[in-house]
Design a protein around this ligand. Structure first.
Ligand code: ZN
Ligand code: ZN
Length: 222
């Protein structure tokens, strides 16, 4: 309640240019959106659909706003750790500007956040972004088909540990349609294993048209 009031009263400054108004002003939104990341979201190699042939698994296309740097990193981090819910709307509209028009009936599926993190923050930042995104994309439906299976924590874990944890991370309790497009939403991609297993989970439940849309890419340091 108090938080909602504060959001109304406190003026927002654009993360990029400091102009008063929204968390991200229109011209900065345009600049970031038109500079979208265009390589493979997993390995970074140049390719056409956002995922190269050697990284392609259960999804056919991937969209990404950009590398996790500067403004994008601040927006993602603030939404995650600083309770800046309004950042979700800015992130959703960035995601909207780097994705094509989807077929009518497309399902927007958030990767669910680990439940201990949701309790800590009081909300699931990926779901907030996905909900807002679904409202912006004509004919799309917010469709939270995935649930978390375990309470694993990924931050800081080694690559092999992360892969193993991600494998068992999701459940899909609904039967999905082979004709419908499912677009998986996540905030940060590092190894790509989380979205890979999220996509496999949808595939196992019957989905055959799967795409991925993520805010940012943060490759593992070598
Ligand atoms: Zn600006
Ligand atoms: Zn690749």
């Amino acid at each position: 309640m108090i938080e909602a009031l504060l959001e109304l009263i406190a003026p927002h400054h654009c993360y990029e240019c400091q102009e008063i108004g929204s968390a991200l002003c229109d011209s900065c939104k345009y600049n970031i959106g038109s500079d979208a990341f265009s390589g493979c979201i997993v390995c970074g190699k140049p390719c056409r659909n956002g995922v190269c042939r050697s990284c392609k698994t259960y999804y056919e296309a991937a969209y990404c706003v950009g590398e996790r740097s500067d403004t994008l990193r601040q927006l993602v981090d603030d939404l995650k750790f600083e309770r800046q819910k309004s950042a979700a709307v800015s992130l959703a509209s960035l995601l909207s500007s780097v994705t094509p028009i989807f077929p009518a009936g497309t399902a927007i599926v958030p990767v669910p956040t680990i439940s201990s993190h949701v309790r800590l923050r009081g909300y699931d930042q990926v779901k907030l972004t996905a909900k807002s995104f679904a409202q912006m994309k004509t004919g799309c439906e917010y469709y939270p088909a995935l649930a978390r299976n375990t309470k694993t924590v990924q931050r800081g874990a080694s690559k092999s540990v992360r892969r193993k944890q991600a494998k068992e991370a999701f459940l899909c309790r609904r039967r999905l349609s082979g004709d419908r497009l499912y677009v998986i939403i996540d905030d940060v991609v590092t190894t790509g294993s989380t979205i890979e297993y999220a996509a496999k989970c949808l595939y196992d439940a019957g989905a055959r048209n799967i795409a991925v849309a993520v805010i940012s890419r943060q490759p593992m340091k070598k």
